[in-house]
Structures are given as C-alpha cells and as structure tokens.
Ligand binder design. Structure first.
Ligand code: PAF
Length: 277
C-alpha cells in the first residue's frame, strides 16, 4: 500500500490518475466498518482504491468538535493494509489550503440553509472546498460516499454535476451495529450507556416510517421520548429527496426520515430511506 503526503508524488506517479481505474474514498480518518464498507464496495466494482485521510478544519463550525474529532492514523493505516487498499493520501493543511488557495463557488440551493446546513453554518461550503481540492489532485474515475451523511451526498452530487461530471458516483447504504446504531467515528466518544441509548434513534425512525399516515403525531411522540432519554434534538423529520422538503403522505418518490441531535455532548446524525410509496 502506497502512503503519500504530497500531491506532487501522486501526480508524478499516476499522471493525475488517468491511466488507472481509481476509486477515491475521502475520509477524515478514525475509520470504522462503515468506511470499510465503502472501500469494499469500490473493490467489488473492480476499482483500485485510494483513500484520503484529512480532518478538514473548513467544515467544522465548532472549534471544540474539531479539537475532539478522533485521530488514529496508525490504526487507520493498519486497517487499510488489511483491506488491500492500494493507496492512502494523508495531505497536510498546506497541501489542501496553500497560501494561494481560492474557493470555488457552487450553488447549493436551499441545501445549505436547512437541516445540516442550518445547524452547521458553513459546513457544506467546507465540504465542497475540500472535495474540490481532493478530486482535482487524484482525478478518480469514481467516488464512494456513505448514505449516513445523506445531505452531504446530495451536496456531493451537485459538486460532481457542476465540476466533475466525468466522475462516477456511488452512494453506499448505512452500516449499523446490531443494536441499530449507525456506525460513526463520533460513537467512540459515547459511554456504553450512551451507545445503548443512541440505538433508540433507529427505533424512533422505524416507528415514524411505519406511521406515515399520521407521522406528525408520531414524530412529536418520538421527539419527546428521545428528549426524555437525554437527547437534545435538532431535527427529526420526514423529507422528500432530493429537495429535502417536508414530505406529505401523498408524496411519491424516494423520501427519508432525517435526525440530528446530541447525547453526552456528542452530535449524532442518522437517516432512513423510505422507498417509493
Ligand atoms: O464525510 C466525511 O468524512 C467528510 O465530510 C469528507 C467527505 C471526508 C470531507 O472532509
């Protein structure tokens, strides 16, 4: 497995990635089975895999969250070797944001004003900027993202359509612990009791998805139940895709239940896709 830090190393060796069927899996490290499932999906689709590990300060709207974000490079590299990953890029901050760095502009519509966009101002702009830098260097043939960050997936689709239409995009289903808790790097900051309680997010989303005819009532009940368990809720809603407008029982097409909230000071997000109804 080739581990490299400088963008020039990659460009010199792979000429911008043109000659090889590279799939890129961008990450911020602290890898778990969810990340590994993205890599496995890329391998199953016949790609050579390049994983980037870079904790992107531009997408954190909260300094404490950035400081506390878990970092385990040695462990991450061991996991990636074990999985047969071909290359790992661990750029430093100057490589991604050199002194002459200029932001690209991308119209995200209302995506950066609702749900994650509303609760984490500037977050999606940070994601867009870092991905533009990462994709421009690697020039992958395909990219793999996890459905757990559903709104991020919608942002990535917009970025690809505007700036990288040649890159193939894959959205991989969320991996869950047996309890139903969606795998996330942030889970490791939860106590074991916190992990147990956080499995209730999935229970709530399932209950809402089973009551779409009277979802408002059930949503309110589930919000109250999660609050009683100690969650601070930011949102729990049923939305249309890809617009993320509030859904109604008459909606046709793919919709999703979306959740964000904190427990033990750890911010958790999750979602459940509801197929065509
Ligand atoms: O999902 C993440 O881990 C990050 O938002 C990403 C896509 C690696 C960009 O920093």
């Amino acid at each position: 497995m080739e581990v490299f830090e400088s963008a020039d190393t990659w460009t010199a060796k792979f000429g911008g990635g043109q000659s090889i069927n590279w799939a890129m899996i961008p990450t911020m490290g602290a890898l778990h089975q969810g990340h590994l499932s993205l890599i496995e999906a890329a391998q199953k689709n016949g790609y050579q895999t390049v994983v980037s590990i870079f904790v992107n300060p531009l997408q954190f709207n909260n300094a404490v969250d950035l400081e506390k974000y878990p970092r385990h490079l040695e462990n991450d590299l061991a996991l990636l070797v074990g999985l047969g990953v071909d290359a790992v890029w661990t750029p430093n901050i100057e490589t991604i944001y050199p002194s002459n760095f200029t932001e690209i502009t991308l119209d995200l519509g209302i995506l950066d004003q609702i749900y994650e966009g509303l609760h984490r101002p500037g977050h999606f702009n940070g994601v867009v900027q870092v991905l533009n830098q990462l994709f421009s260097v690697i020039q992958p043939k395909a990219v793999f993202f996890g459905q757990k960050d559903l709104q991020q997936c919608l942002v990535v689709e917009k970025l690809l359509a505007s700036y990288f239409p040649e890159i193939k995009y894959f959205r991989v289903p969320t991996l869950r612990a047996e309890s139903g808790l969606a795998l996330s790097s942030r889970n490791e900051r939860l106590s074991s009791k916190g992990k147990e309680l956080s499995a209730e997010i999935h229970v709530s989303m399932l209950r809402i998805s089973n009551s779409l005819e009277n979802h408002n009532e059930v949503q309110d009940q589930e919000c109250e139940r999660l609050k009683q368990l100690g969650f601070e809720i930011e949102y729990l809603d049923w939305v249309t895709l890809p617009a993320m407008e509030k859904a109604k029982s008459c909606n046709l097409g793919e919709t999703a239940i979306v959740f964000a909230g904190s427990l033990e000071g750890v911010r958790l997000i999750d979602n459940l896709l509801i197929p065509l109804i």
